[in-house]
Write a protein that binds this ligand. Structure first.
Ligand SMILES: [Zn+2]
Length: 440
């Protein structure tokens, strides 16, 4: 292990210089605003297939089905075509949803047949009364509904959304799904998953990571035949609809259709806020490294040292611990006497914590502890008792897997480009792009 780290430290400055030379060379030989320019640079670092036949076949299936229903979703600009993404916005057993569009909606059923064609609704109220769904007071008997605004965006619960909406029933619940273009989706999540005011090059890193993650989830969802591809919460990537940040729009445009692949498939591009210097290869149980070897980085990121979460401290009095555990754990009745880490992995990531009372010991997994104690920022921490307090000392903010956002920011300041940053955090991956997703 030590020799690998040393080799990396030895070669990194050389690789970095090579990148810079390539950059200067291509600035003289190619139009630096074209996607071809970006891909040529990516290929220069590592052999990079320009097309993805696998993605073309599978993603086209998705496209074709939607195309029959709503061909307007696909943005044909020259040869450019992108992928329709289905994002789960809400899930309710008894929905009370209101959608608003200035120019009104067109409603269609699964067979593409218009519904209520004689009326243009600007405000659509979907309510559930006594086991039945009503649209603006009229009973709706079918199981699927497509809601297309005549003019975008659509307002839902104070947020604006591009694309159209799809409502369907799964088991006992109704699902509200937003269908939109993949690039519009990536543009949206750059705001919620990224940071305001950070350099364009960092946003390009995030754009490729978010797009890779999206495509990975999209193919997984298709295998499971789910009606949506991705959730709008931080369970996947936080998505809150339309925004208007010019730098993030530029980052999406300059990386259009690009994603990272392993064995020809989009990768599970996990990322966290600050890795705290934890080496992912030593972390047990978060990810199956057999399936995702690109997440098993064997060398540390120390670029995030200036992030205030690189190390963190939290303290709880024994009374506070008791109150939290009594509220969050069934049958926890007694005072806490001690709180210890009883199992850790090689990376320092906690596997098990134990709360000791006068009568017994309660064991918790890290995830349970993370859920109960809001001041715990990451899974790598230690605990010590000091007087009547428990002091927790931790590293990083997040799960310590994949891209470290604050690390990427420092790397850009040091002159790294987005390709070399992504290769640092996802070793062994290649750059690919969606078929037909040419620069427009
Ligand atoms: Zn880091």
């Amino acid at each position: 292990m030590g020799s690998r780290i040393n080799l990396y430290k030895f070669f990194r400055p050389i690789l970095f210089k090579v990148n810079k030379i390539q950059k200067v060379f291509f600035q003289f030989t190619l139009d630096p605003t074209s996607l071809r320019f970006q891909l040529r640079r990516a290929r220069a670092l590592r052999p990079c297939p320009a097309k993805l036949p696998y993605a073309k076949r599978d993603l086209d299936d998705t496209n074709r089905k939607c195309l029959l229903l709503f061909s307007f979703l696909f943005l044909f600009v020259g040869n450019t075509r992108t992928v329709a993404v289905r994002v789960l916005i809400d899930e309710q057993k008894k929905p009370q949803w209101t959608l608003v569009s200035d120019k009104g909606f067109i409603l269609k059923n699964e067979q593409d047949k218009p519904l209520f064609a004689d009326v243009i609704y600007h405000k659509l109220k979907l309510t559930h009364v006594k086991g039945k769904l009503y649209i603006n007071g009229k009973p709706f008997k079918e199981s699927k509904l497509y809601v297309r605004p005549t003019e975008q965006p659509t307002l839902f619960e104070g947020r604006q959304y591009d694309g159209l909406f799809f409502i369907t029933k799964e088991k006992d619940s109704y699902l509200l799904i937003n269908i939109l273009d993949s690039e519009a989706y990536v543009f949206s999540v750059l705001k919620t998953e990224g940071w305001p005011g950070w350099p364009l090059e960092v946003d390009k890193v995030f754009a490729i990571a978010c797009r890779s993650y999206l495509l990975h989830q999209l193919l997984l969802a298709r295998k499971k035949t789910l009606p949506y591809h991705i959730k709008n919460s931080n369970h996947h990537q936080t998505y809150t609809g339309v925004h208007n940040c010019a730098v993030k729009r530029q980052a999406v445009k300059e990386t259009k259709g690009m994603f990272l692949a392993h064995n020809g498939e989009p990768i599970l591009a996990m990322f966290d806020i600050c890795c705290g210097g934890v080496i992912p290869h030593h972390v047990n149980g978060v990810v199956d490294f057999q399936k995702a070897p690109y997440l098993a980085r064997t060398y540390p990121c120390t670029f995030c040292k200036k992030c205030k979460s690189y190390t963190w401290q939290a303290e709880y009095s024994l009374e506070e611990l008791r109150d939290i555990l009594q509220e969050g754990v069934d049958n926890f009745l007694h005072d806490v006497q001690d709180f210890k880490i009883t199992q850790k992995d090689r990376a320092g990531v906690v596997q098990e914590v134990t709360a000791k009372t006068k009568h017994s010991e309660y064991l918790f997994t890290t995830r349970q502890a993370y859920r109960l104690f809001k001041d715990i920022k990451s899974f790598a921490f230690s605990a010590k008792k000091q007087s009547k307090k428990i002091i927790l000392n931790g590293k990083g903010f997040g799960h310590h897997m994949g891209l470290c956002q604050w690390g990427a920011r420092s790397m850009v300041k040091e002159g790294w480009n987005y390709e070399s940053i992504l290769q640092f955090f996802y070793p062994g991956t290649t750059f690919m792009r969606l078929e037909n997703s040419k620069h427009s």
